[in-house]
Design a protein around this ligand. Structure first.
Ligand code: HAH
Length: 338
C-alpha cells in the first residue's frame, strides 16, 4: 500500500455504530494485505485454513499452523474471528466417511469423528473464535427437496444438523453458532433456510444465528428481495451476519445469469455502477443494524478474489472495495460517505 492511501477513513471505525466489518483472509493475504486489514477491518474469517481438509487432512493429522497464524494476528490487533466451517459437503476429506476397508463408514463412526474434530478445533481456539459456521450450505438450491443429499446426510441421517450444533455447543459453550448459506435471498431457498432454522430452534438446538453469504451481483438480488430475506430471518430472533460479501461486476444485465465468458473492461462507468450498488446495499444494511451484527467481505482487495474463478474460471472480476493496488475504489467512498 502506498502512502497516498494512508489518510483515508477507516471502514471499520466508520461502521463501529452499526456492525463489525470483516474480511476473509488466507495465509498469503495476511501478509500481502496486512496494512488494509489492520486499518479497515475488525473481524477476520479464514477463507480456507479452517476447513476440514486443510486443518485436519488425515484422520490422525491436524495442520494448525495457518489457522494459528490467523488467530494470532487477530489477537494482536484486537479483531473478532469467525470460524469457518465445520460441517460442509465440500473441502472435507472423503476418508471421513469411509472405514478402514474403504467402505461407507457407519453413522456411529462418523459421529465419533465429528465429535473428535469439533472438540479439537473448537477447544484449541475457544479463547479466540467468537462464532462458528457450524453447518454450511445444507439445503437444496432448487426443486422440491429440502436437505442437500450430502455425505453427512447419507451417513448420519436427517438430524445431522441438530447433532452438529449440539456437538459444537458442548465443545465451545460460549461460541455463537451459525447456519451459513448462499442464494440466501432467493424466495424458495430462503424459505427452506427459514424452515430449517425454525425447526432447530423449536427442538431447542443451540443455534444463534444465520450467515447470509452475500455473493451478489451488480443487479441481483434486488434490494427488496434482500430486505425480505433479512426481515424473515430476523423474525426468528436470531443474529444475522453477512458472511461472504462480494459484488460481481458481471450481472444478469448480460442475460446470462452472470455466466458470460466475456471479460468486461473495468472502466470508470463500471466502477461507478459498482459504487452505486454498494451504496444502496450498505444503506439497506445500516437500516437493519439492530439485527445485523457483522458484515464480512470475501476477500480484501481485487488482486485476490475467488470471483476471478467463480462462476467463470479465469474471468477477472472486481467485486471488493479496494482495487488491485490496494487503493480505495469509488465503491469504498460510497459506503463510507453517508
Ligand atoms: C462459499 N460457497 C463457501 O462458503 C466458501 O467457503 C468458499 O470459499 C467460497 C464460497 C459459495 C458457493 C456458491 O456461491 C455457489 C455454489 C457453490 C458454492
Amino acid at each position: 500500500m502506498t502512502d497516498t492511501y494512508r489518510n483515508i477513513p477507516s471502514l471499520s471505525e466508520r461502521y463501529r455504530p452499526y456492525f463489525r466489518i470483516g474480511a476473509a483472509v488466507n495465509a498469503k493475504s495476511l501478509n500481502t494485505h496486512r496494512d488494509l486489514l489492520v486499518t479497515h477491518f475488525n473481524s477476520v474469517t479464514a477463507e480456507n485454513e479452517m476447513k476440514w481438509e486443510e486443518i485436519h487432512p488425515e484422520q490422525d493429522r491436524y495442520e494448525f499452523a495457518k489457522a494459528d497464524a490467523l488467530v494470532n494476528f487477530a489477537r494482536e490487533h484486537g479483531m473478532f474471528v469467525r470460524g469457518h466451517t465445520l460441517v460442509w459437503h465440500n473441502q472435507t476429506p472423503a476418508a471421513v466417511f469411509l472405514d478402514d476397508l474403504g467402505q461407507t463408514a457407519t453413522a456411529a463412526v462418523v459421529e465419533r469423528r465429528l465429535e473428535e474434530h469439533v472438540a479439537t478445533v473448537l477447544g484449541r481456539y475457544h479463547n479466540d473464535i467468537g462464532c462458528w459456521d457450524v453447518v454450511n450450505e445444507a439445503v437444496v438450491d432448487a426443486g422440491t427437496g429440502f436437505l442437500r443429499d450430502s455425505r453427512w446426510l447419507q451417513t448420519l441421517g436427517d438430524d445431522y444438523i441438530a447433532k452438529a450444533f449440539r456437538i459444537a455447543h458442548q465443545a465451545a459453550p460460549d461460541a455463537l453458532l451459525f447456519y451459513n448459506d448462499y442464494n440466501e435471498t432467493k424466495p424458495d431457498k430462503s424459505e427452506r433456510i427459514y424452515k430449517l432454522v425454525a425447526g432447530l430452534l423449536d427442538e431447542g438446538v443451540p443455534i444463534h444465528g444465520i450467515g447470509m453469504q452475500g455473493h451478489w451481483m451488480l443487479d441481483d438480488p434486488a434490494l427488496d428481495e434482500i430486505v425480505r430475506a433479512i426481515d424473515r430471518y430476523a423474525s426468528l430472533g436470531v443474529r444475522l451476519h453477512i458472511t461472504e460479501l462480494d459484488v460481481s461486476v458481471y450481472g444478469n444485465v448480460h442475460g446470462t445469469g452472470g455466466q458470460s465468458q466475456e471479460v468486461l473492461p473495468y472502466d470508470d462507468e463500471l466502477a461507478k455502477r459498482l459504487a452505486e450498488r454498494y451504496r444502496s446495499l450498505f444503506s439497506l444494511l445500516r437500516a437493519r443494524k439492530d439485527v445485523i451484527e457483522s458484515v464480512t467481505f470475501w476477500g480484501v482487495a481485487d488482486d485476490d478474489t475467488w470471483r476471478d474463478n467463480f462462476p467463470v474460471r479465469g474471468r477477472k472480476d472486481w467485486p471488493l472495495l479496494f482495487d488491485v493496488n490496494h487503493g480505495p475504489k469509488q465503491a469504498f467512498w460510497s459506503v463510507v460517505e453517508f
